[in-house]
Design a protein around this ligand. Structure first.
Ligand code: WTA
Length: 799
């Protein structure tokens, strides 16, 4: 039996429709036609809920097709909705595209989907039409009737066992935020209770300065609450951290008592070298236990930590050092990740030299000797500035007085990408963040004292702050910290670790789920995983087929998935399932956490009710919200509170279905989410144009099968410079060196010119369409200063 595409042209569109030729055939077909070519259907599947896979007869390594769903009607006609997935940015249909009559396709103005007047919005992304949510080619909203229920046993033991219980608590949190959060805050240790009002806020730019404060006047310390308080309540001998090294068999652990001692020694050392309350400390460490130790030591003495992900380049590190001017930088000499060694101290040396040249010299570089990666003697050293952690810190006393700080005193700075080249220093304060991370952790993971918790995030990102370090430790949890790579020595490593430590809560990112899913089920099924009871997802939308694989295979259809939507700025979960409370829909983050009022607004900033799509905003504050951007309150106000006055604007698009479930659809601003890491297009562009042979660059995000989004760069070369493979490599290397390997463009598209309006603004909408080969959706190009550049770009698409 064979299927054929309804017409060849359809194949270039998002959801072409295929019909069976033989309508009397009920069984799954074995071959289909796409674009007049015959393909084998390699994995026919009769389960409506599962993806169907089929592959080209002629194998092209870069192309893959996947059916998102199919329906069998009573008239024996099978209709398939298929989506093309591009791997490694290679277009399997380049020949079809280049053979299309380009003129006709390019001048159709009636396809104008995006309203240009919306260019004042962060992205100019325009209206998000009703319920068009699609993640990696998979329609989300159409899956809305696909409910996955928690088991009765699970619900019965959950903190929030029913929708009614949630609604009661949610109502209380919205009607009386002060009372709701005060009750929870009282469970922590406060040297002095907060004053009145419990919180004060202004989220309306029209009414003046944006301000958020919670528990002001209250004196506390988050390190004390993570460690001393838990030890006093009898958890001193409970394991706080299990550490799993890069090599299987290399491990360690610390009880709460031992962790406190380590933290105190470092805190005493920091005090001794003159670090005081309010001083910044930059931490550039891999996932050693010393990373959370360093964060907690800073918090203990009231210093403000700024962890820089140890995948950032020397230039990025220098930029952050110059911005927050730390007294000390804490690092280690090197780290092994998989089979690679990364010489972190060399990167820090280069950053410190750069920063010193630009007028800011760091006095102390405290370096941990990570002997499994590099010996002391082989480490480059600057006498006077560099100190070995093991030589000094261990000499200090294992107790250290706590610096009591105001709830509104800063706890940490964490830089995140924005729509300009300069990263934003997101500032979180102490009290509200403490109460919020602890509470979200407890409810979203239905945490119980017997749980063993593993979050695969690095402490260099917000997830590692809130849900490796503070949230779990505030709950006296046992946390697994993993130094290595999830595919080393093979793709079963995660499940090996789950079995080794009897992990019961496993929190990760969709990108990891998708990459493991590609490696095949056998890496999962060879491990027991029976300790697992909850799974979690964060960082980007999880497409339904990855959700199902995670749920059915990894969790044996037993473990609810908490798909937590939140941001560096929000400090903690904002929209998240509460496992046990309500059924899930694969791909939906479901409902708001206590105290959070998400609203979806249209392009004019008007709240839309009921089933809709639009821009995700939040009205009214929550305790974990960021308070400012370090040193730039004006940017805080314009970036987050000006687009839609009266609201915090998240930068994300969102659909809400008829049952009130939220479906996050990704960024609508100039930020690309690559493997859950936010990268500003402007940052990549400024790195590219720093290359001597690059005249101009424009970067857009494009769908990527594993990373969620890939980086696609249009590059205009300096007059007379020829295109070459070497130049392409050298441009990519420039970005790696200036930002970090994770920001390297997946595709460099040569661009003799860029599509610009007559006022010189680059029309990214057109570039996005070219990058994703949605050439029939280019819209009106007649307003361009030079419409012919579009033809040139299409012609060069795969050169
Ligand atoms: C995206 C990471 C869909 C979103 C905690 C947000 C998500 C950005 C989800 C923040 C989710 C995070 N579903 N999208 N569950 N979680 N995002 O600051 O676009 O690194 O704005 O914080 O990640 O990224 P950030």
């Amino acid at each position: 039996m064979a299927l054929c595409c309804s017409n060849d042209y359809n194949i270039l569109r998002r959801s072409p429709t295929l019909y069976t030729q033989d309508s009397a055939q009920e069984t799954a077909p074995t071959q289909i036609f796409l674009n007049s070519k015959l393909f084998n259907w390699v994995k026919p599947c009769t389960n409506k809920k599962k993806s169907l896979h089929f592959s080209p007869l002629t194998h092209r390594k870069s192309s893959r097709f996947r059916c998102s769903s199919y329906y069998q009607s009573s008239g024996y006609t099978i209709t398939l909705r298929i989506r093309l997935l591009f791997f490694a940015m290679d277009d399997p249909f380049e020949r079809s595209i280049s053979s299309r009559p380009s003129k006709k396709a390019l001048t159709t103005s009636n396809h104008l989907r995006h309203v240009e007047s919306l260019a004042t919005l962060p992205s100019g992304a325009g209206r998000i039409s009703k319920l068009n949510a699609v993640i990696l080619g998979e329609s989300l909203a159409s899956e809305e009737d696909d409910l996955v229920f928690p088991s009765g046993d699970f619900s019965r033991q959950a903190h929030v066992p029913s929708p009614q219980k949630y609604l009661d608590m949610y109502k209380m949190s919205i009607e009386d935020p002060a009372g709701f959060w005060s009750d929870i805050a009282s469970q922590f240790y406060w040297k002095q209770r907060w004053g009145q009002p419990v919180y004060s806020e202004n989220l309306d730019i029209r009414k003046g300065r944006i301000k958020i404060e919670w528990f002001k006047g209250g004196m506390t310390n988050i390190c004390y609450n993570c460690l001393d308080r838990n030890i006093e309540s009898g958890n001193g001998e409970k394991t706080a951290l299990f550490w799993e090294g890069n090599e299987p068999g290399e491990d360690g652990n610390l009880t709460y008592n031992q962790l406190l001692q380590r933290v105190c020694q470092l805190a005493n050392y920091l005090k001794h070298i003159g670090v005081k309350k309010g001083d910044a400390v930059v931490i550039y460490l891999p996932m050693l236990m010393e990373l959370p130790i360093a964060m907690l030591a800073c918090a203990r003495i009231g210093a403000v930590h700024s962890v820089v992900f140890a995948g950032f380049s020397a230039e990025s590190l220098a930029q952050r050092i110059m911005d927050c001017k730390p007294k000390v930088v804490i690092t280690c000499n090197a780290v092994r990740r998989g089979s690679k060694i990364i010489y972190l101290k060399d990167i820090v040396d280069a950053a410190l030299a750069d920063s010193a040249q630009n007028g800011f010299a760091v006095d102390v570089c405290l370096t941990y000797e990570n002997c499994s990666a590099l010996e002391k003697v082989k480490t480059k050293w600057q006498e006077g500035r560099d100190t070995w952690w093991q030589d000094v810190v261990t000499k200090y006393p294992t107790t250290c007085d706590v610096e009591w700080v105001d709830a509104e005193d800063p706890l940490f700075l964490l830089y995140t990408s924005g729509s300009t080249g300069k990263p934003k220093g997101v500032l979180h304060t102490t009290g509200g963040y403490m109460v919020y991370t602890a509470t979200t952790f407890k409810y979203a993971f239905d945490y119980k004292p017997s749980d063993i918790y593993w979050c695969t995030a690095d402490c260099g990102w917000i997830t590692g702050h809130s849900y490796v370090t503070y949230g779990p430790l505030l709950n006296a949890a046992t946390v697994v910290v993993f130094e290595g790579a999830p595919n080393y020595p093979d793709s079963g490593r995660c499940w090996d670790i789950v079995d080794k430590y009897k992990v019961s809560i496993f929190y990760t990112a969709p990108t990891l789920v998708r990459s493991l899913m590609r490696e095949g089920d056998e890496y999962v099924t060879r491990y027991s995983r029976k300790s697992l009871r909850i799974l979690g997802s964060v960082g980007e939308p999880i497409n339904p087929s990855a959700w199902r694989w995670f749920y059915n295979l990894v969790g044996d259809s037993r473990c609810p998935i908490s798909d937590t939507w939140w941001q560096t700025e929000t400090g903690g979960f904002m929209i998240t399932p509460l496992p046990g409370a309500w059924p899930q829909k694969p791909g939906s983050a479901t409902f708001p956490f206590f105290g959070v009022q998400p609203v979806i607004v249209d392009e004019k900033g008007v709240e839309i009710e009921g089933e809709c799509s639009g821009y995700l905003c939040v009205k009214s504050s929550w305790p974990g919200a960021f308070r400012t951007l370090y040193g730039d309150h004006e940017r805080y106000e314009t970036t987050y509170f000006s687009a839609f006055p009266g609201y915090y604007f998240s930068g994300d698009g969102c659909s809400r279905d008829k049952d009130g479930y939220h479906w996050l659809t990704g960024r609508v601003d100039d930020v690309i989410n690559v493997s859950g890491h936010r990268i500003g297009t402007a940052e990549v562009e400024s790195a590219l144009v720093s290359h001597p042979q690059c005249a101009e660059a424009a970067v857009v995000g494009v769908e990527h099968e594993v990373k969620g989004q890939g980086i696609y760069a249009f590059v205009t070369l300096v007059e007379g410079v020829p295109y070459s493979e070497d130049l392409r490599k050298s441009l990519v290397l420039t970005v790696r060196n200036q930002i970090g390997a994770f920001a390297a463009p997946d595709k460099i598209h040569w661009a003799p010119g860029l599509p610009k309006t007559r006022s010189g603004k680059i029309m990214r909408r057109i570039l996005r369409k070219i990058a994703s080969r949605q050439l029939d959706e280019l819209g009106d190009t007649s307003t361009l200063a030079d419409p012919s550049v579009v033809d040139q770009l299409i012609a060069l698409a795969d050169s």
